[in-house]
Design a protein around this ligand. Structure first.
Ligand code: NAD
Length: 353
């Protein structure tokens, strides 16, 4: 396998792996390893170009550094991308080659699941390295991070509702969920159990039928989810839902969902703040899944303990909301600063040792 280390200033290690026999072309990026090895998922996508893939893995691995720091787990930020069509190009040989690439990082990177990758794919990769995480235990618990991401997002929404409306009671609160997939559907279940009214948008008709049957959800077109008459807008599909064009249509007083990179550009944090819309920074509210796989990695996965820990996502967000109010600064800026402070403190401590 050919390996080429890329010179990316500010990043611990970024390597491009290529192998002709299996067709592998993958980039593994470790943004920061101060808190521990870079932990983050592997995404498989038919990127338009190598540069697109590099940009994606850089952005995602940096996000993981911040997410893992604020999630309180002893891991740095890492991510990997396989440049391939997940529907047509994935083979056991490709995934085993990816596993060899992970092995070549010598423990600096721990891989997990992300879009375009299944647990079966991870099993193939793990034939080549132990440094892959995200498998259910013998009781079938753990593994897929989505239910724990959903649990954390639910807790985060409660914290945001409390800040904005004075009580965390979700009864009759109207919540517009864009994307009823693995996380969005689990989130809707928690919210429905608390008496919230679900407004559901998706491009997948089957998901909408399920939301209608299970939660009596009101159905709305995806392009209108942001403009729904709702208390909370919960983006749970793709990134970038909050942008220059869409922000003026937002009716909800809270943006809190699972999607990564919800703000298309960083200035959207300030724009939401100026409008009095409370934004739960994505990498804080959606950390439940990575906290679950971190527990699995440590051999300490326990459902009750995990759910207890995930309620702290609400506490972390409440602190961010209070500080944002006090300092009159966007919540996204506060969250970034807190994560950078945690990493800097650990770096200074290890330098002093
Ligand atoms: P998923 O693929 O299971 O679900 C995504 C859903 O969004 C699907 O139902 C899909 O049909 C729908 N969708 C896609 N494009 C859409 C569009 N243009 N308009 C409306 N609906 C659309 O993914 P997931 O695992 O539920 O993750 C959802 C989001 O949360 C992603 O942004 C992901 O990166 C992020 N996230 C997930 C986890 C996790 O544990 N799965 C953890 C952190 C962050």
């Amino acid at each position: 396998m050919k390996q080429r280390q890329l010179n990316v200033p500010g990043y611990t290690k970024v390597v491009h792996f290529e192998e002709e026999a299996s067709g592998l072309s993958a980039i593994i990026s470790v943004h920061d390893a101060t808190l521990g090895p870079g932990l983050g998922g592997c995404r498989c996508r038919a990127y338009g170009s190598f540069e697109d893939a590099l940009e994606d893995v850089k952005r995602l691995s940096k996000g993981m550094s911040y997410k893992n720091a604020l999630g309180g787990i002893p891991f740095g930020g890492g991510k990997s991308v396989i440049i391939a069509n997940p529907k047509t190009d994935k083979t056991p040989e490709l995934m085993q080659a990816y596993g060899r690439a992970v092995a070549a990082m010598d423990g600096l990177y721990i891989g997990a699941q992300d879009s375009g990758i299944t647990v079966e794919d991870l099993r193939e990769a793990r034939k080549s390295t132990p440094n892959i995480v995200g498998f259910p235990n013998e009781k079938g618990e753990g593994g897929d991070p989505s239910p724990y991401t959903a649990y954390g997002v639910w807790q985060g929404i409660k914290a945001a509702v409390k800040k904005q409306f004075g009580s965390d009671n979700l009864k009759d609160k109207r919540i517009s969920i864009l994307g009823l997939g693995s996380v969005g559907m689990g989130l809707a279940q928690h919210l429905h159990e608390e008496g919230a009214i679900i407004i559901a948008a998706d491009i997948n008709e089957k998901a909408l039928d399920e939301a209608k049957n299970r939660f009596n959800a009101e159905i709305i077109a995806p392009e209108d989810a942001i403009a729904a008459d709702a208390d909370v807008f919960a983006p749970c599909a793709l990134g970038g839902s909050i942008n220059k064009t869409s922000i003026g249509r937002l009716k909800a007083k809270i943006v809190a969902g699972a999607a990564n990179n919800q703000l298309l550009t960083p200035d959207m944090g300030e724009a939401l703040h100026q409008r009095g819309i409370l934004y739960a920074p994505d990498f804080v509210i959606n950390a439940g899944g990575v906290i679950s796989v971190a527990r699995e990695w440590a051999g300490q996965w326990d459902g009750d303990e995990l759910r207890g820990t995930l309620t702290h996502i609400g506490d972390t967000l409440s602190n961010i909301f209070d500080r944002s109010e006090k300092e009159d600064r966007p919540t996204a800026d506060i969250a970034n600063q807190l994560a950078e402070e945690i990493i800097a403190k650990a770096r200074n401590l290890s330098a002093a040792e």
